[in-house]
Design a binder for this molecule. Structure first.
Ligand SMILES: NC(=O)c1ccc[n+]([C@@H]2O[C@H](COP(=O)([O-])OP(=O)(O)OC[C@H]3O[C@@H](n4cnc5c(N)ncnc54)[C@H](OP(=O)(O)O)[C@@H]3O)[C@@H](O)[C@H]2O)c1
Length: 313
């Protein structure tokens, strides 16, 4: 079957990763059905394809009929739905665990050929973070229910509109200090969003009859402190990097989590107690034939807006 006859259902496509992924898929000729809570607000996604190539569906991901309506007539499915912190209405286990359960059951029922599910690097048994617990449950639900699935576990993802570098660069705009939770020793393997999008496309094309898991990190590991140093260099700002012990960070996070966009939650402090790097126990970006892009070659292209003189500063 040619790509232009293949239809992909994407859940959570209006977010950071989805926006970068869609263009890769439309260029290859796939037709796309996007499930979103608010098609009106996601109208900007349509010009990423040719007229008629992308369709938006108003979807409550917990309503079986809504999800079926998106999956109907599709060949492939991608799940990008996720949250970083809980709110009164949005709970980790609903979003990261119950929805994958419903989705993978419906993928079976409707004869979907491959489901690519985005989990997170660092998922493991006996993690104290609720985020990680729910991601693990979600993976298990998919593996148990839908065999031809591919689970991708990215480390922190960077690129235009990322949350990681943009959040800390915003903080550096008004704060003379940047906090280093746990001394900033936690290691990350930041992956460029363009590489992750390529990995998702490759994963869609796999023909696996049993679930597969990939751990996706960029070409180098960095401590949190090193990442803050790189960021400050790029935005040409001098800020004090202040180590904060985990216990005190946890105390502060009880207050910081009350902000409309929480800067730090108690659950994120738990996450920061574990390195977020490729373990070596699973296939990686290399196994998908993708060479990771270094941070230095991308970061300056979008973070310049935080420099004093902007692009030419
Ligand atoms: N960004 C990273 O650094 C990173 C790292 C590791 C793993 N991941 C995982 O990758 C996936 C995508 O991340 P992202 O950075 O693109 O996230 P994002 O920008 O926050 O987008 C998440 C998407 O989830 C959907 N969503 C959230 N709550 C929902 C709900 N209650 N009902 C329906 N849809 C809901 C939203 O869809 P609508 O608003 O269109 O309805 C949104 O488009 C997530 O699973 C995330 O955990 C991300």
């Amino acid at each position: 079957m040619q790509n232009n006859q293949k239809i992909i259902a994407i859940f959570g496509a209006g977010g950071f990763i989805g926006k970068h992924l869609i263009r890769n898929l439309t260029k290859l000729g796939y037709r796309i059905k996007i499930a979103t809570r608010n098609p009106y607000l996601k109208g900007y996604l349509k010009p990423l394809g040719n007229p008629g190539q992308i369709e938006l569906f108003k979807t409550n991901i917990f309503n079986e009929e809504d999800v079926k309506n998106v999956l109907k007539n599709c060949d492939l499915a991608i799940n990008l739905v996720g949250i970083l912190y809980e709110t009164r209405k949005q709970k980790f286990d609903h979003i990261h665990s119950h929805f994958p359960y419903l989705l993978s059951n419906l993928c079976n029922e409707l004869g979907i050929k491959n489901l690519v599910h985005i989990s997170a690097l660092g998922v493991k048994e006996k993690h104290d973070s609720l985020y990680m617990k729910s991601k693990l449950e979600g993976e298990k639900n998919i593996q148990d229910t839908f065999k031809p699935s591919v689970i991708l576990r990215p480390s922190v993802v960077f690129g235009p509109e990322d949350k990681f570098f943009n959040t800390f660069a915003s903080l550096a705009q008004f704060s003379p200090v940047l906090p280093l939770v746990g001394g900033g020793k936690t290691k990350f393997a930041p992956i460029y969003v363009g590489d992750l999008a390529k990995a998702i496309v490759k994963a869609l094309e796999l023909n696996n009859s049993e679930p597969k898991i990939y751990e996706l990190g960029g070409p180098e590991n960095y401590s949190f402190k090193e990442l803050m140093e790189i960021l400050l260099r790029e935005i040409k700002k001098k800020r004090f990097l202040i180590p904060i012990p985990f216990g005190f960070a946890k105390f502060q996070s009880y207050f910081l989590q009350m902000l409309p966009n929480p800067l730090l939650t108690p659950d994120q402090v738990e996450l920061l107690k574990h390195h977020n790097i490729v373990s070596g126990d699973y296939p990686t970006l290399d196994d998908l034939g993708i060479t990771g892009t270094p941070i230095e070659s991308i970061l300056s292209k979008y973070i310049y807006r935080f420099r004093e003189g902007g692009q030419f500063g």
